[in-house]
Design a protein around this ligand. Structure first.
Ligand SMILES: [Zn+2]
Length: 189
C-alpha cells in the first residue's frame, strides 16, 4: 500500500469567499488574481471573475495547461436582511466558503481530504527563515538560490560551515516544493 501523505490547505490555491467578500471583490463583473511566488517565480496563479450566479476561475499550475472552471455561487437571505454567499463545491454540492484547487480541480477541503496545519510555522517556513538569516552572514545579493561567496574578512572555516548549512537548507526547501508542486520547474535545482 502507498503511504498516505498528509496534504495541507495552505499548500494549495484557495478561492476564499470570506476574503473576497471582505475586499468587495464579489460584485458582479469584478475580477482579481492571487499568485504564489517563490523568489520572484510564480509557482501558481489563480484568477476569478464574479457574476451574479457563478464565479469563473482561471488558473495555471507549473508545467500544466491553463485551467478554466465555473463554480456556482449560492445566495441566501440572511435573517437580519442582506445576502449571504456560498460557493457550491463541484464535487459534493455542499455550500462552502472556501474551495481548494488540487490537481487542477476545485473542491472543498473535505472532498480533497486536506488538513489544517496546527503549528503556525511549517518545516518549509522554518527552513526558509533559517536560510534567510544565514544568507545575511555571507556575501549574497539577498536571494535564496543565487550564488554567494565569502564575506569580507570572513574566516574560511566559518564560511565553509555556513556554506554547508545553506546548501542543506536549500535542498530541504527544494524537496518540499517538489512535493507540493510535482513537476515544478524548481526541480532543476
Ligand atoms: Zn466537497
Amino acid at each position: 500500500m502507498k503511504p498516505q501523505i498528509r496534504r495541507y490547505t495552505q499548500d494549495y490555491p484557495c478561492l476564499n469567499l470570506t476574503a473576497l467578500t471582505k475586499c468587495g471583490y464579489l460584485a458582479t463583473g469584478y475580477h482579481g488574481e492571487i499568485k504564489s511566488t517563490l523568489h520572484g517565480i510564480t509557482v501558481w496563479s489563480l484568477a476569478w471573475r464574479a457574476t451574479d450566479s457563478y464565479i469563473e476561475l482561471y488558473y495555471s499550475l507549473p508545467y500544466k495547461r491553463d485551467y478554466q472552471r465555473t463554480v456556482k455561487l449560492i445566495h441566501q437571505q440572511a435573517h437580519y436582511g442582506g445576502q449571504r454567499y456560498y460557493l457550491e463545491c463541484p464535487t459534493c454540492g455542499e455550500k462552502r466558503k472556501q474551495l481548494y484547487i488540487v490537481s487542477g480541480e476545485p473542491a472543498c477541503r473535505l472532498c480533497h481530504q486536506l488538513h489544517y496545519k496546527s503549528q503556525s510555522e511549517s518545516p518549509y517556513e522554518r527552513a526558509g527563515r533559517k536560510l534567510d538569516k544565514l544568507l545575511t552572514k555571507v556575501d549574497n545579493l539577498g536571494y535564496r538560490f543565487d550564488g554567494y561567496g565569502r564575506a569580507k574578512g570572513q574566516h574560511l572555516t566559518t564560511y565553509r560551515e555556513i556554506d554547508k548549512t545553506i546548501h542543506q537548507l536549500q535542498q530541504e526547501i527544494c524537496a518540499y516544493i517538489n512535493q507540493r508542486f510535482p513537476n515544478s520547474f524548481l526541480g532543476i535545482f
